[in-house]
Design a protein around this ligand. Structure first.
Ligand SMILES: [Zn+2]
Length: 232
């Protein structure tokens, strides 16, 4: 017997962490390349340029990690507080909580009898889990993990920032700006492609979007670098 009735791909549920990683790489690539573009338009020497690239990579990765840690932690705190409150309510007033759960299933389309039956069985199975999932919307897969999220953010930022830094290390000063621009736009279109594929979205608009924003960021950074960098 074959169970072929549920094999279609669900884009929104799958690959969420992968799409977040692609976005992080995108950030790392655009911000580091723009910074290097601006600095190199200001005609600084190679040591300053390389130092700037390394600093951009490290500080970007750390700030992404810190931001992600704080944001996911506060989400985790909220989830914890919600669960504690729910557990307290369940202990204090089980009858009311059962009625509440029944109401939730009725609102989702079950008739009253069936809803009461489902609520009763799930309450017996694991009341807190049922309330967490169906009332608050917390499941094991959505439960916030701050440290994991912070590490993933930092790593994905670095994977994007690495490309322009490599270009800066290996390119000569005279061709650095065009090389930075070309490699960054190629990298961005690759990331745009992957991100669209993962999300099941049309590929061309996704690539165009990210390449246009990237080109604008590079161009503006170069203009500012040239305006501010007065070679002596
Ligand atoms: Zn409840």
């Amino acid at each position: 017997m074959s169970y072929s009735w549920h094999t279609e791909k669900h884009f929104s549920a799958r690959n969420n962490w992968l799409r977040a990683a692609v976005l992080g790489a995108n950030d790392g690539l655009i911000s580091t390349a723009s910074l290097l573009m601006g600095v190199s338009a200001a005609q600084v020497g190679t040591p300053t340029l390389l130092l700037t690239g390394a600093a951009a990579l490290v500080s970007g990765a750390l700030s992404m990690a810190a931001g992600e840690y704080v944001s996911v932690s506060s989400q985790a705190d909220t989830e914890k507080a919600d669960l504690a409150k729910e557990a307290h309510e369940l202990a204090r007033n089980p009858t009311l909580e059962l009625a509440e759960l029944t109401k939730i299933y009725e609102l989702r389309g079950l008739n009253h009898e069936l809803a009461a039956q489902v609520a009763a069985v799930l309450t017996q199975h694991n009341a807190l889990e049922a309330h967490a999932r169906d009332e608050i919307g917390i499941t094991d897969t959505t439960a916030a993990k701050p440290f994991q999220a912070a590490c993933a953010s930092a790593v994905s930022f670095c994977s994007g920032a690495f490309l322009p830094v490599l270009v800066a290390v290996f390119s000569t000063a005279s061709v650095l700006m065009p090389l930075l621009a070309i490699s960054t736009l190629l990298g961005l279109s690759g990331l745009g492609y992957v991100s669209a594929k993962l999300g099941g979205a049309p590929v061309v608009p996704a690539m165009m979007r990210v390449v246009l924003w990237g080109a604008a960021a590079l161009f503006i950074s170069a203009l500012i670098g040239r305006a501010l960098g007065v070679p002596i």
